[in-house]
Structure formats: structure tokens, C-alpha cells
Ligand binder design. Structure first.
Ligand code: NDP
Length: 294
């Protein structure tokens, strides 16, 4: 029987846990944790993501602020805002919503974020610490995947985990984390140049899919009993919906789900855990920030 890796319900539980911690902090006279976001331009999806992060921050009692910058802003001006946030003692962590407009060097911007406030976990210092198994901010989506597996008691030890996708924000960190002692998986990472992809995905006990192609993974590409994590999220134009679109993942769930022992729905799987992971990272930054200051 297929069981659901229900990210929505789990995210509400974890938000409750975070909100309880925040209540304790403020009851003891502390200020609440503060998450800031930099949003450049008018991209619809980015605006939705930032609005969701802001809403979730408020739900758990965090302070939140959004720096909305125009599409044509110079790289130098963005770097100035980052410098300001790096030095603002009232901000514990901040994110720069990606993608940035083409005239801005994304890596340069990420590199300018103080590792202590890099709650997205994208700076080289945090990625390096993560790979070394040292204290780090773990990128939100892979951290969310780990939480989903752990909190649902999924057996991972010695399992073959196949990760499809090698982006810096999802596939690469997910593959690294699944190979570490907390999970003890044997990991294979696939990408667009992988030969005989289906042959490899069919060997997966745990299949993590982060390709960015709607319904790419079909029933013939998975084995019976697989634990399947679909990271993909796509808006597909749909005139039958009031919104004008429906959502789908990188997996063709209509034909694949019945083969899975566990599967993430889209929406309601990895997405809600991604936001919750960002909140967890902000709380972690807050605690470190306040310990340092005594
Ligand atoms: P990227 O486009 O950055 O990376 C996609 C990866 O998939 C690349 O490594 C690419 O390989 C690989 N790939 C593309 N085509 C194939 C193929 N035919 N066979 C095998 N591998 C292939 O995407 P992201 O990692 O940023 O995101 C992946 C998906 O997850 C997207 O749908 C995105 O919207 C979603 N997402 C969802 C989040 C959530 O919270 N739910 C958060 C972040 C992303 P190569 O490196 O060779 O080009």
C-alpha cells in the first residue's frame, strides 16, 4: 500500500514547535528571531515564494522584512543592501530570492552574504561545512527532504538512494546529505548527461527527483516499493481551473504512485518543508547570534 509523505501536515507540526520556542524566548524578554528577504524585480513565482516565507515567519512569531528592489537595480546596489543586512544586529538571517536578473552575478551576490546569516545555506562556507559534516546551515529544500524521511521513520541505512539532478541548491546537497552517517545511503547522482537513466532510477530504493521537467519520471523508471521524493513544481496552464493553472511535479504521479511504498504529493510534499527548514535555520541563526552576544 502506498503511503503519503505528507509535507503539509508535518510542516504545521514543526511550525508549532518553532512557535513554542519563540513564545518561550519572548516570554523571557528576548526579541523574536528576524528573517529578512531581498526580492529583486517582479517575477511572479519569486513574489509568491517571498510572500509565503513572510506569512510563515509571522505564523511562528518571527519578525520579517522584505527589501523589494527594482528589476534594473545595479549589482553594486544589491551588494550594498547585503552589506547593510550583514551588519544589522536585529536581523538574524536573510535570503536573496533567486533567480536574479541576468545583469547581476548570482554567485557574487551569494558570496557577499555573511555565512552567519546565510539561512539558505548557499555560501561556500556553509556548503563546505555541510560537506565536512560540521555545523552549517543546510540548504532548505534538501534539509526538508531529510526531515520528511526522518520524521516518517523511513529506513535509509544501506539503501540505494538515486538523486536525479545536480543543482547547487537541491540535487548536490541532497546527494551529499543522504550519503552521510545520519542516513548511510549508497548514493548515485544523475544529471542530463547520464546514460541509461531509467536503468539507474529502477535500482533506487529511495528516488529523489529534482530535474525541473514536468512529469518526466514515468512508471517504467521506478521499481515496486520505491520511496519517491518529487521536488519538482510546475505551473501548467489549465483553463478548467479558476487560477488558470494546475500544479504538477517532475514525476507522473497518476501512473507512478501505485508502485511506491512512500511518495511525496505535489503540492503538499517537499514545498512546505522547504519553508519550514528556512524557519528552522533562522532560529538556529538567532540562537548562535544571541549566544555570541551573551
Ligand atoms: P535546475 O534546473 O537547477 O537543475 C536541474 C537538474 O536536473 C540539473 O542538474 C540537470 O542536469 C538535471 N536534468 C535536467 N534534465 C535532465 C534529464 N533529462 N535527465 C537527467 N537529469 C536532468 O533545477 P533545481 O534543482 O533548482 O530544481 C529542480 C526542480 O525542483 C524544479 O522543478 C524546481 O521548480 C523545483 N524546486 C522545488 C522546490 C520546493 O521547495 N519544492 C525548491 C527548489 C526547486 P545538468 O546539471 O546536466 O544540466
Amino acid at each position: 500500500m502506498t503511503q503519503i509523505l505528507d509535507g503539509k501536515t508535518l510542516s504545521l507540526q514543526i511550525k508549532d514547535e518553532i512557535a513554542n520556542e519563540v513564545r518561550k524566548i519572548t516570554a523571557n524578554g528576548g526579541r523574536p528571531p528576524h528573517l529578512a528577504a531581498i526580492l529583486v524585480g517582479e517575477d511572479g513565482a519569486s513574489q509568491t515564494y517571498v510572500a509565503n516565507k513572510e506569512k510563515s515567519s509571522h505564523e511562528v512569531g518571527f519578525m520579517s522584512s522584505v527589501y523589494r528592489l527594482p528589476e534594473n537595480i545595479s549589482e553594486e546596489e544589491v551588494l550594498k543592501v547585503i552589506d547593510f543586512l550583514n551588519n544589522d544586529e536585529e536581523v538574524d538571517g536573510f535570503i536573496v530570492q533567486l533567480p536574479l536578473p541576468k545583469h547581476i552575478d548570482e554567485q557574487k551576490v551569494i558570496n557577499a552574504i555573511s555565512p552567519n546569516k546565510d539561512v539558505d545555506g548557499f555560501t561556500p562556507i556553509n556548503i563546505g561545512n555541510m560537506v565536512l559534516g560540521q555545523e552549517a546551515f543546510i540548504p532548505a529544500t534538501p534539509k526538508g527532504i531529510c526531515t520528511l524521511l526522518q520524521r516518517n521513520g523511513i529506513e535509509t541505512e544501506g539503501m540505494h538512494c538515486v538523486v536525479v539532478g545536480r543543482s547547487n541548491i537541491v540535487g548536490t546537497p541532497a546527494a551529499n546529505l543522504m550519503s552521510r552517517k545520519a542516513f548511510n545511503c549508497t548514493v548515485t547522482m544523475c544529471h542530463s548527461r547520464t546514460r541509461n537513466l531509467a536503468e539507474i532510477t529502477r535500482q533506487a530504493d529511495i528516488l529523489v527527483v529534482a530535474i525541473g521537467k514536468p512529469e518526466f519520471i514515468t512508471a517504467d523508471m521506478v521499481k515496486d516499493g520505491v520511496v519517491l521524493v518529487d521536488v519538482g513544481i510546475h505551473r501548467i496552464p489549465d483553463s478548467t481551473k479558476k487560477s488558470g493553472y494546475h500544479l504538477c511535479g517532475d514525476v507522473k504521479h497518476s501512473e507512478v504512485d501505485s508502485k511506491c511504498s512512500w511518495v511525496t504529493p505535489v503540492p503538499g510534499g517537499v514545498g512546505p518543508l522547504t519553508i519550514v527548514s528556512l524557519l528552522q535555520n533562522t532560529l538556529q541563526a538567532y540562537k548562535a547570534n544571541n549566544t555570541v552576544r551573551g
